[in-house]
Ligand binder design. Sequence first.
Ligand SMILES: O=C(O)[C@]1(O)C=C(c2cccc(Sc3ccccc3)c2)[C@@H](O)[C@H](O)C1
Length: 144
Amino acid sequence: MKKILVLNGPNLNMLGRREPDIYGTTTLGDIEALCRAAGAKAGHEIDFRQSNHEGVLVDWIQEVAHDPDLVGVVINAAAYTHTSVAIHDALKILHVPVVEVHLSDPSTREPFRHISYVEPVASAVFKGMGPQGYLLGIEHLLSN
Ligand SMILES: O=C(O)[C@]1(O)C=C(c2cccc(Sc3ccccc3)c2)[C@@H](O)[C@H](O)C1
């Protein structure tokens, strides 16, 4: 079965509990359920993961890099978006499309959130659309 990997970065496991004005009240579990339903509808497996650790995210990207069933990666790297050359380099290894997702629009927030090390290796970016951004990311990969 074809697979889409959905990666989530630091603190997203705490989603829905604070700063609802920025990130809404949806939990990461809710987002996972939405993604799995969208994948199932298309006959694809959704491999949905979250880590607070940069190296774990790099390991996961390397783990799937040569998976013949992988059709793409949706990544919300959270704070690592703005700092991680390691995740940038790992994503460059992939031979499938990468979609960058953010619940908020970092370009409207603090200056340190305006740079993305993911964007240069992403085929699409969905930001400021809440959980819908994840679904648009999956849809983008399915349309390829
Ligand atoms: O908007 C996003 O999805 C983003 O990727 C997510 C981020 C983020 C930052 C801190 C916490 C969380 S999740 C959260 C929100 C409220 C309470 C607890 C955790 C996400 C930011 O680091 C990024 O700049 C933007």
